[in-house]
Write a protein that binds this ligand. Sequence first.
Ligand code: CTP
Length: 401
Amino acid sequence: MSVLSGKNILLGVTAGIAAYKTTYLVRLFIKAGAQVRIVMTPASKDFVTPLILSTLSKNPVHSTFYDKEDENELWNNHVELGLWADLMLIAPATANTLSKMANGTSDNLLLATYLSAKCPVYFAPAMDLDMYKHPSTKESIDKLQSFGNINIPVGSGELASGLIGEGRMAEPEDIITFLEADIASKLPLKGKKVLITAGPTYEAIDPVRFIGNHSSGKMGFELAKTAANLGAKVVLITGVSNEKIDHSFVERIDVISAQEMYESVHGNFKNADIAILSAAVADFKPKSIAANKIKKKEATLSIELEKTKDILASLGALKTTQFLVGFALETNNELANAIGKLKRKNLDMIVLNSLQDKGAGFKKVTNKVTIIDKSEKISEFGLKSKTLVSQDIFNEILDRM
Ligand code: CTP
């Protein structure tokens, strides 16, 4: 999955021949899973039509502060566009637009949006070789870089003028590669290893039966996705779950029993920087597993259970530099029980779910958590999707690492 997936990308198109290549660029953004909105300078509409770009981006394209043909004459809010964007890309960026950006001119919607944007801004220059070589262009590019804007280097080759040299806009595929690499290099968990457990464990009674629980694994899978999107290499050790994950940074290991989960977790803990144990591990398992299917001869059946190994507590006893996070699912005395677990298992943080809260718990897409750290600082969160809960959990971890 691309780091551009789910990102809001604001594309600014200016009046260069390379504007025709933005049709392909928009396709690549959409394929990567991004949302795209487009602002054009009025003159750029001579090079590529707003109709093509709005069709490809599935969003209206704006080039003026209000749309004259639109009977409602709605104001195109450059501040709102700037706030919506996770990143702004100006491609192609002509010498004229680069100079205006460098000098704070805002005589069109694109420039006003650029000045209001709080997100990272990238620009892909495109012009003839002598314009590109001119000291004023160099000065604009240097000035924009000093503002923190990011230059996507031009290519070299045949230009629209027929001359050969530097000044070609980077090819759409190269722009995507550049953006992905730049974003990935700045991700907060880049270079970190994260270990996550998820789902239920099944404890065999006989060859066909087991003791299990209602955990779906959703919370753990969301945590794995979030960690990978933040740049971490993730090992996800899961009990039986229907959840799917498709991310090149996530290695999924399927296990069934608490003992298998224990062994797999211990095989992966030493190298981990963060371990989050969200699995619903069985606390007890049958003392012996019947070799054959148990027949219903008697009116009652007793199965003797013994404790499983507490995986989380065993990591708490072992941990050196790892940041260790546990989960607590409680029905009463929630805070006191969670703090007790945090201390007993030597955790850095515990995520408390209460079954008293509507919308929280097994098989739900939402969750409501309270996060407690080892200094007993308590942070309460509202009911939200498990995706957003997983982001809250990582925000809390990153604040403390
Ligand atoms: N856990 C674990 N191994 C076990 C049992 C639990 O790693 N054998 C982990 C869970 O993944 C979770 C945390 O411990 O992160 C809390 O589990 P829970 O069953 O609620 O707590 P217990 O300590 O078992 O206490 P109790 O059953 O008394 O609530």
